[in-house]
Design a protein around this ligand. Structure first.
Ligand code: A2R
Length: 316
């Protein structure tokens, strides 16, 4: 059977689906992964990984017969897709099937910031309601101006999910799209105009720290930053400073620069809502993502084609 290296966690259903067709080696379960790669790397044709773990350059180098890398996630910023293509290795990912879940996460984070859910929930749970009376008033999301950074598959779904709450939705991406939403050709200009800025670009070098001190200041003390993209898109140190000195009002974050580490300063703030990178983490959506990640590998085994290659690996 062809040999597949598994990097990172997968579901038991994915493992069961793959085990009829592949001999699976879980790299993390090897006593010495580097030694295992040195001994067996030349016989590995397939890798299954995820957006967080990716495939490190030293692992790529240890797999000279590699044919395909399946990424269990839409973001693949920790896989060098250009290098893979140059070596004839196709990289696949799981676009579209997670759009709705990530969009709902963005909406929940925004709502949690606006309606002050965490503070108000603590008021109920702690008995403060009985002791001290009503919880403080929160803010309404209705009619707020929402700006989306990255109007791709998920960004458009975010726009659709926010539409019942506001008719003021704008976006910034590298190129304008065919849509009635207002386009800003610079992020800083959009940040000065909107109440909520939602990040949903890919990660990687090209988008690193797109949201910096200047953008956060432009968003302002009444502004809310939501990040459901990658931690690297936002300058986290600048974000902490902006929240501490009040130049930014609120933040709702599902992703962080050094996951799973979250800065203590953020954990201590009441004007932030923090999630442990769960944007797509429902049973249903992970099932759909897992099915696509598995089927890309099985399809490649069958006839050398794949179902959802990353843009760099189209037409291989
Ligand atoms: O290339 P464009 O003009 O279509 O814009 C893309 C935008 N984008 C950027 N916007 C501004 N400055 C940049 N440097 C920049 N680079 C990319 O991000 C596009 O509108 C959007 C990405 O859309 P999709 O490729 O359809 O990705 P999808 O499926 O929405 O997922 C986005 C990311 C994943 O890569 C994961 O990191 C995360 O969401 O889960």
């Amino acid at each position: 059977m062809p040999r597949l290296v598994q990097i990172g966690e997968i579901t038991s259903k994915m493992r069961a689906q793959l085990s009829d067709d592949f001999e699976i080696t879980v790299l993390a379960e090897q006593a010495d992964p580097a030694a295992w790669l040195a001994a067996h790397g030349a016989s590995v044709g397939y890798v299954l990984t995820n957006g967080h773990d990716g495939v490190k350059p030293e692992i790529m180098r240890a797999l000279p017969a590699l044919k395909a890398i399946s990424c269990y996630g839409v973001g693949y910023d920790n896989i060098d897709a250009d290098d893979a293509r140059a070596r004839g290795v196709v990289v696949t990912h799981t676009p579209d099937v997670l759009n709705a879940e990530v969009a709902i996460t963005a909406l929940m984070l925004t709502m949690a910031c606006y309606r002050n859910f965490l503070t108000v929930e603590a008021h109920a749970r702690s008995g403060d309601w009985e002791r001290l009376g009503s919880a403080p008033l929160s803010r309404s999301l209705d009619g707020q101006h929402v700006g989306i950074l990255g109007l791709g598959r998920i960004g458009q779904t975010i726009a659709d999910r926010f539409a019942p709450f506001t008719d003021k939705i704008s976006y910034h991406s590298r190129t304008p799209k065919t849509t009635s939403l207002k386009y800003f050709d610079t992020l800083i200009e959009m940040a000065t105009q909107v109440d909520v800025l939602i990040c949903i670009t890919p990660g990687g070098a090209a988008t690193r720290h797109l949201v910096d001190t200047a953008v956060l200041e432009a968003l302002g003390p009444n502004g809310t930053l939501i990040n459901v993209a990658r931690g690297s898109v936002v300058d986290e140190a600048a974000l902490v400073t902006a929240l501490q000195n009040g130049t930014l009002g609120w933040a709702g974050l599902d992703v962080f620069e050094h996951e799973p580490r979250i800065p203590d300063a953020l954990k201590a703030m009441e004007n932030v809502v923090l999630l442990p990178h769960v944007g797509s983490a429902t049973v249903e959506t992970r099932d759909a993502m897992g099915g696509l990640a598995v089927n890309n590998l099985i399809q490649h085994l069958k006839d050398g084609t794949t179902l959802s290659p990353v843009p760099e690996c189209l037409n291989m």
